[in-house]
Design a protein around this ligand. Structure first.
Ligand code: FAD
Length: 269
């Protein structure tokens, strides 16, 4: 099996954010591997381990895990972290013309980088913790013309039959879905517990190959991406208001009633 995992570098959720010209000033914020993409990497590793006599990805197991990431130069840090978890290699699409790209442009770039790789499965996180659009996996599947199995809470793969199935929890119950390879999967955070990179993994990651590609390398022209090609624009953005002191209810025997009154006033009950 050839598995691709889409990983994105995002601003640290806990860092103070600054806005610049209506958009997030990403350069001024610490950046990390998107939390949900750690689950995607972990799931790929577990699929390989469950289907490999050597229990490890890479040469000898017959299975490989390639990371795909679109982002600026420093996205390499997030890619190295995912490599240190156990992925084999990575493709990093990095080009100045990508700045300001929206989800449609992102999915175009990722699909071009994936389409000629001969992958059986593409695994994504369900959403990135910065833009939180949760649309890239579906857009990717549509662009590739592959099956989409999104919001997976569990994944089972049968490489000999080239089939993958997932279970997805919905408000109406559990949905079981099955597809032939190739397919795009997105995974939720309940699917597994991502491993911490071991010291051996961190050292090994330093030697793993990250192939950097420009837009020209994947046959995309600059006018297909970036802010001018994006279908969405940010019209306005404001920082979150400072947290207010809140309301303190003294319970003189009527605390419950005051609480209900408050919830009713807020139309919660
Ligand atoms: C007008 C506009 C301008 C923007 N300008 C910029 C900008 O200059 N720089 C910038 O970084 N963002 C920018 N963004 C945000 C960017 O468009 C989104 O991050 C991108 O569309 C993906 O959407 P998402 O992050 O919500 O992905 P989701 O759909 O929430 O992500 C789901 C999964 O898709 C995969 N994925 C998503 N993005 C990537 C990626 N880049 N590489 C690999 N895998 C990925 C991951 O597996 C992720 O878990 C801009 C957005 C808009 C609307």
């Amino acid at each position: 099996m050839k598995i691709a995992v889409c990983v994105k570098q995002v601003p640290d959720s806990w860092a103070e954010k600054k806005m610049s010209g209506g958009v997030l000033d990403r350069a001024s914020i610490d950046a990390v591997l998107n939390d949900l993409d750690e689950y995607a990497v972990e799931e790929a590793l577990r699929i390989v381990e469950a289907n490999s006599p050597t229990k490890e990805a890479g040469e000898g197991s017959g299975h490989t895990i390639t990371l795909i990431s679109m982002g600026p130069d420093r996205a390499t840090e997030a890619i190295r972290k995912a490599l240190s978890m156990g992925a084999d290699d990575a493709i990093h699409i990095c080009d100045g013309a990508l700045a300001g790209s929206d989800a449609l442009a992102t999915s175009l770039v990722l699909s071009k980088a994936i389409s000629d790789g001969g992958f059986d499965l593409v695994i994504c996180g369900t959403e990135s913790t910065d833009a939180r659009m949760s649309v890239v996996p579906a857009m990717l599947a549509e662009r590739l013309g592959w099956a989409q199995l999104t919001f997976a809470g569990s994944v089972a793969v049968d490489p000999s039959a080239s089939k993958v199935s997932i279970a997805r929890s919905t408000e109406f119950g559990i949905e079981n879905m099955e597809a032939d390879f190739p397919a795009v999967i997105s995974v939720i955070e309940k699917i597994n517990e991502p491993r911490y990179p071991s010291f051996k993994g961190i050292m090994a990651a330093k030697k793993k190959v990250i192939t950097v590609k420009t837009l020209a390398d994947i046959a995309i022209s600059a006018d297909q991406v970036g802010s001018s090609a994006s279908w969405s624009t940010v019209k306005d953005a404001v920082l979150r208001p400072a947290r207010s002191a809140g309301i303190k209810v003294e319970d003189g025997g009527d605390g419950g009633a005051k609480l209900v009154d408050y919830l009713a006033e807020k139309r919660v009950v």
